[in-house]
Design a protein around this ligand. Structure first.
Ligand code: ATP
Ligand code: MG
Length: 308
């Protein structure tokens, strides 16, 4: 068994009142790990509990049971070590776009003067295509896509150890989305950041991620698989589709979302059940390097034979 991963999710259970006097178990005993510097995407149908997991990772919600450890320390409450892009942007409505970004930068670098803070914030706003007068507008004066970009700039500018992204590109048109995906890869590539990102877009996940976690439908959702993206970096949007593994991986994800996410749904935990995700490695290229030494899901990688 490999040493403890950077981020370790252990036996996480979330139950909510279902509004009719009963209890809804969103997920139960979910366990998985993320290595330092890894880029991990999580995919699952609407309502399976992805945002709930992210809110717990961000320290903004308490799970019913289970713990999250980052670098060996239990996560409790929000921290500047974790940057978050929320599904609904969550900007401070009374502050301009620029001030929404400088707010966090100031907190992170209390020793920086005003000019340096502003310069840093403007640099990251420019990375997401926001410059000029637009940065002085308040969130209500911005379009949905602009608000989302401010939220992304705010998280990037904080250069936190862990970046948590909840469908960060949902409100963007295809062209802007592509540009900002590239920026995200640059920001991540230039740092030691670990990224955990929720997305509904499987092509985006294959382009960006080292691994994709697949969640079954709820209730009693679970992270069933960890699919390695066996396509070398740098990956280009146009060339990636030519790689021998691309469609094999894509088909596997589509199959999961289409069928197995439902078939595996609603299964309660039985004692001694292994709830950690099964590692899936698909290789049709014959170029795959040796198995990674750090297998964060526990257990040996499951080599999946994929037929056309
Ligand atoms: N505070 C809450 N109280 C009660 N139920 C909640 C609460 N927050 C979330 N839920 C329920 O938990 C389930 C998971 O919600 P969550 O927002 O995590 O889903 P999701 O996977 O992010 O979905 P989507 O892809 O639509 O964003 C849903 O059934 C939702 O109704
Ligand atoms: Mg969500």
């Amino acid at each position: 068994m490999a040493s403890k991963p950077f981020l370790s999710i252990e036996g996480l259970t979330q139950r909510f009142p279902d509004g009719q006097g009963d209890t809804l178990t969103v997920f139960e005993d979910a366990s998985f790990g993320i290595e330092k510097g890894e880029f991990v995407c999580i995919i699952g149908h609407s309502g399976c509990g992805k945002s709930t997991i992210m809110n717990i990772l961000a320290g903004l919600a308490e799970p019913t049971s289970g713990v999250i450890k980052m670098d060996g320390f239990e996560v409790s409450g929000p921290s500047l070590d974790r940057g978050v892009v929320f599904q609904n942007y969550s900007l401070l409505p009374w502050l301009s776009a620029l001030k929404n970004v400088t707010f966090g930068v100031k907190a992170r670098h209390p020793d920086w003067n005003k000019k340096k803070v502003e310069q840093h914030a403007r640099e990251f706003l420019a990375k997401v295509g926001l410059d000029g007068d637009v940065v002085h507008r308040k969130p209500s004066q911005l379009s949905g896509g602009m608000r989302q970009r401010v939220s992304i700039a705010r998280a990037f500018a904080n250069q936190s150890e862990l970046l948590l992204l909840d469908e960060p590109f949902g409100a963007l048109d295809a062209l802007t989305r592509g540009t900002i995906q590239d920026e995200l890869l640059k920001v991540w590539g230039d740092s030691e950041q670990t990224v955990f990102m929720i997305t509904h877009d499987i092509d985006e996940a294959i382009l960006l991620a080292d691994r994709i976690l697949l969640m079954t439908n709820g209730p009693f959702a679970r992270v069933a698989e960890s699919v390695e993206i066996t396509i070398p970096r740098p990956r280009s949007r146009t060339e990636i589709v030519e790689h021998a593994n691309y469609y094999a991986i894509r088909n596997h994800l589509v199959q999961f979302l289409g069928h197995r996410s439902k078939e595996l749904a609603g299964q309660q935990v039985v004692e001694a059940d292994d709830r950690s995700p099964q590692t899936v490695r698909i290789d049709k290229s014959g170029e795959l390097p040796d198995a990674r030494s750090a297998d964060t899901s526990g257990g040996a990688p499951h080599l999946l034979a994929v037929n056309d």
